[in-house]
Design a protein around this ligand. Sequence first.
Ligand code: AMP
Length: 421
Amino acid sequence: MIQTIRGTRDILPADIPLWQRVEEAAREAFRRYGYSEIRTPIIEKTELFTRGVGEATDIVHKEMYTFTDRNEESITLRPEATASVVRAYIQHRLYANRAPGEVTKLYYIGPMFRRERPQAGRYRQFYQIGGEVIGASDDPMIEAEVIEMLDWFLISLGIEDSQLLVNSVGDSHERGPYLEKLRESIAAVLDRLCNDCRHRYETNALRVFDCKFENCQEIIAGLPTITDAIGAESRAHFEQFKSHLDARCIAYTVNPRMVRGLDYYSRTAFEIIGGHLGAQNTLVGGGRYDGLAETIGGPPTKGFGFAFGLDRMVMSMPEAEAARVRERARPDVFLVHLGEAARNHAAFIARKLRAAGLAAGMDFTDRKMKKAMALASESGARFALIIGDNEIAAGVYALKNLETGEQQSLDVEAIIEKLKR
Ligand code: AMP
């Protein structure tokens, strides 16, 4: 039997209502905050990511699904979507006819692909929802508005135990000198760090801050942070961002050691950590990416955005909310028919109920009453509508509440009215 590829999975019908609930809440948040949806291809030129995300990042370095197409072109399954959205923004000149300082707000929903080691909350095909604010403005109020939107979104899903971490990773010209200083400091303690950290020191020194080993953590705590190295402008930007959060009564923790895994971030970076997710606990990640547009060949453009994993958001939904969502997804009624005439009549009634907007289930096989009622219960429907020869003759049908067992004889109009209530 052929099975799914390691790190990928089927999202089965029983869980789909939860996924749809997260998507619905996100779309509602985006609607309220003025974002439009964009759909970009899942495959892109490899160069988009090597240049955009950065050659030295884990994502590009070892996690991309890259293949050579029949015409020798190197193609990659997108590992993230910010680079694609910025590419589309430039390619279609979405900035044309914009007032000075006006920004474009875009969002996306879709699968991403990274060849990571699979574990709970980490997949090789996973799903992200993300938003990007692109344009000529780098006003820190944009950043606070994004966080405010995420705050609303999380609360609307009943997720109230998350934690917001913020940091400033400085401008690219500030990062250069800092990285040198950081590498010097790491060099002095290199023999006490783990193998992974030594590798990071060689390839991408900032990433040592990601190390989860307690032993390394103690040493890392003594390394210089980017926050101490940033200039007055970046500092002022960060202060303004924080004061906009304060004005919105949004709680946050400054974590000077939080560096994100993509090269394009500048200045403000943030993460939202989930309350009970285990090791893979980053729910949302985002930051500013001024300059990304230039690295992929576009005009100077500022940007700020975020992405969250749908997989992890679904896992974070509290049980009470999940139960409510599942309850809402139940069909309204299941039609039980007894005999061939009733089967045809049931199809006719089902059509009327469906036309009225009700979710009406029906089995096509002629069965005995007991088995047909069992199917009605298994369908999850709230009510069964029983149709036999007597009911057809009288034009009233037995509507049975499958939870209470209570039964009423009603005509179609009354049934529709009752079920809609
Ligand atoms: P990133 O694009 O790495 O900043 O990740 C943003 C968010 O996407 C994370 O906070 C996770 O919620 C989610 N995410 C990233 N990688 C994975 C993965 N391999 N499996 C599931 N979710 C992921």
